[in-house]
Ligand binder design. Sequence first.
Ligand SMILES: [Zn+2]
Ligand SMILES: [Zn+2]
Length: 137
Amino acid sequence: MTVTKGSCHCGQTEWEVDTDVKLVHVFCHCGACKKLSGGEYTLNVIVPKSACTVTKGELKVYTYKGDSGNDTDCYYCPNCTTHAWHHQKVQADNYIVRTGLLEGAENFEVAAEVYGKDRWSFQPQVAAHSFDTVPPS
Ligand SMILES: [Zn+2]
Ligand SMILES: [Zn+2]
């Protein structure tokens, strides 16, 4: 297992991802990611929930209804609002971790893009694979 540390902007919260899952960036161009980040996409990877531990401070939870109509819980620093990871009820045992906040993120591979249908025109496709919404399961 490899431990990778993550942290928020203000330093009040820190976390660790302890997993053998290869940490890669999946671009998400969905509307919720645009609003929550203020940018054109977010960078994420799906890891088992059990791999994620808060090591400093406490994350708060913001809940919204995702595309599926199910709740998505966003875990964020209560001081600076950086989002550490998201939890979808449809993927009960996993977290969607924001990879851009992890140490070494600048060297992670770009694995895929999701919600490519919502990619803004000025943003080129970066990954070899882009899905209109999510990959077929
Ligand atoms: Zn913070
Ligand atoms: Zn998204």
